[in-house]
Write a protein that binds this ligand. Sequence first.
Ligand code: AMP
Ligand code: ZN
Length: 469
Amino acid sequence: MKVYNTLSGKKEEFVPLEEGKVSMYVCGPTVYNLIHIGNARPMIVFDTVRRYMEHRGYEVNYVSNFTDVDDKIIKKANEEGAAPSVISERYIAECKNDMEALHVKPATTHPKATCEIDGMIEMIQTLIEKGHAYAAPDGTVYFKTRSFPGYGKLSHKNLDDLRSGGRSLLVSGEEQKQDPLDFVLWKPKKEGEPFWESPWCEGRPGWHIECSVMSKKYLGEEIDIHAGGEDLIFPHHENEIAQSEAANGKPFAKYWMHNGFLNIDNKKMSKSLGNFFTVRDISEKYDLQVLRFFMLSAHYRSPLNFSAELMEAAKNGLERIVTCVSNLNFLLEKAQTEELCAEEEKELLRAKEFMTKFDEAMDDDFNTADAISAIFELVKFANTSVGEGASAAFIRALKDEIVELMDICGLTAERRQEMLDEEIESLIQERQDARKAKNFARADEIRDLLAEKGIILEDTREGVKWKRA
Ligand code: AMP
Ligand code: ZN
């Protein structure tokens, strides 16, 4: 399996630190709003990397954080007159709902920055003791960038270039830094901000230190893969490397993976341009499987353009695969014989070639675009090779292959059985009757049954309302 490593700028053979195991850290979102479709890209991409690794037999320990203390969270909390934790908990829950709808598996651990402050203070202390950090008179602690010789190795920048690139002077507010390139590890509290006690001042951590600490706590000092969007290469990941390697005295991550950016109609997504979409916005128009399929139709390192036409194309492509599986299910019920004939055995060997093609594409730095082409070829093959007299074993083998390849991509190939409105309403009535009769067990059973089918109930003053998830 080959993985493109931002650190070396090359595709490298993937050799994990421990045989059969993969430790992986993916920088997660700052939770002050519903996640947007750009945030969904690393979630989908690295979830697919994880799923493929698991398919190849690796045991994956997958950690993805929530940044739950940050200026934007504090601003929103002050606007709403609520505590920052109310805002962050709300959007963590919303983010988990979106992840589920996108078929992004929950991480092995989802640490939150505010629960890891002790570890951050400990690492900052180690950095001070080792001469890599210093506290300024007001209690701010800075990382001494020039004390770490490998600084710049990920983003392929060197300190002299950074200094001559306009960073040679201290700007206002930075007077207490020893060098303009030094970055914050700990900062003093401001009025109305959450804060923690520390040896330097009451305050809160800088952003970069949280990932170094959470990665170490949940995965160890050396890990296999560290990942995120390409905007994180500099300074976030560069600073994480400096902190972790200076504190631990060991290489941090073996492979650094970064997804390309998602643009809208070839422009940067931004609220001010009015081209900003949350995952929730998209879910109003499409099944989120379509969004996942769309994202995987491109290579994860390429920039990806989002447009209405491309989403329609993704919807049609997905539909072609789902229809094929639905036809195969229909033919399976009608099949007259179970046993494979000699001709079918040969055909199945040909079908295996598409699976090999899929694996080869994924082995080549997770080329999901080519892997999905292999699924389309298999679908075409199934559509043409399953005729009237096909055996059940033959049809089942082809169907299972399509379903399995789709599943590795986190996509469902089986058409969802939609409940009819009348069926839903009659179950809701039955639940009301059960409640009146104080048969709460049955009432709960019906609620769960409906939830399984994606029907959400809401008890309101005007009665029970329902909607499809
Ligand atoms: P943030 O909440 O801004 O820290 O972002 C969370 C994750 O989403 C990071 O890995 C970012 O690199 C990634 N991300 C943010 N915007 C985009 C975008 N437009 N395209 C792709 N990835 C993005
Ligand atoms: Zn991070």
